[in-house]
Write a protein that binds this ligand. Sequence first.
Ligand SMILES: *Cc1c(COP(=O)(O)O)cnc(C)c1O
Ligand code: SF4
Length: 336
Amino acid sequence: MVAMIPRIDPPEHRPAWQEQLTAAVRSVEELLQLLEIDPAKAKVQPLQNEFPLRVPRCFIQRMSKGDCRDPLLLQVLPVLQETTEVTGFTADPLDEQHAMPIPGLLHKYRNRALLTMTGACAIHCRYCFRRHFPYADANPVAGHWQPAINYLIQHPNITELILSGGDPLTLADARLHSLTKRLATLKQLRILRIHTRLPIVLPARVDDGLLSWINAQTQKLVFVVHCNHPNEIDGSVTVALDKLAAAGVTLLNQSVLLHGINDSAKTLATLSEQLFAAGVMPYYLHQMDRVQGAAHFQVSIQRAREIALELRASLPGYLVPRLVQEIPGMPGKMPL
Ligand SMILES: *Cc1c(COP(=O)(O)O)cnc(C)c1O
Ligand code: SF4
């Protein structure tokens, strides 16, 4: 008998980073199995969650096996404590839905505006203040940038546009080109800033396609990456950051101060030193936003200040990130 041979579509040409994104681990069971951790020990919350687990395999490789307190694992693992309701921790702690003149465009600070380009991220960070964000309502629909661009034209005092999300670098290069081709016509825009965690959590994103997009930009490019712990930086991350620096991108880092993960001056000092070695300057250390489901990551302001003082003692001034908190209604992020 001749077996039926299933018709196989020719493999679509997709960059390696997109394959890695698709192959990200989405199940708690698989993650714990890969790390050889007993689920009973890890106090894992069932997966029925509006913010499911998502973590690229290359990031998992930087976690240590058998350690349920691993600082990278704790950033991504849904745990029971998330279901505890804590007073003062809300779904929209920054009151962002009131600072959005155009769907997807946040204009909170005088000369900078922030465009949320997608709700997608390569990794789901449990402490993220955008975890409850209504992306479906708030995003510019695929390629429909015009209302946001019109707003920028009407507000020539906006000299810097921040591309954010979600993570803007989860978008394909063609989408980035289609937006920035239009932005290039706005002479007022001097700086294009990209808030992205991809060079850290999925360094394969920094490929030839992204580098040619970077080379095509006329505005000054700033990447603010997001790295919380020195263990997040391995050889592949260093290579990706080197490529960005070589392409002329200004590289800054923001971290979130997280209980049990990086709430120690020693850890943060090492992080600053390793980032600097990779060409990245520390920018912000955020006092975490009070988002529902993340209260167990909170570090008290008093402890945060102690850590900041210790950092100042152990690092040159240029390697000390600014400890800041976002307070709705203030003209910028507030130093603590
Ligand atoms: C953080 C943020 C900015 C940028 O603030 P900087 O202090 O310039 O980094 C701009 N717009 C919004 C809505 C922000 O949340
Ligand atoms: S927006 Fe940033 S912090 Fe939030 S889940 Fe995405 S990558 Fe993590």
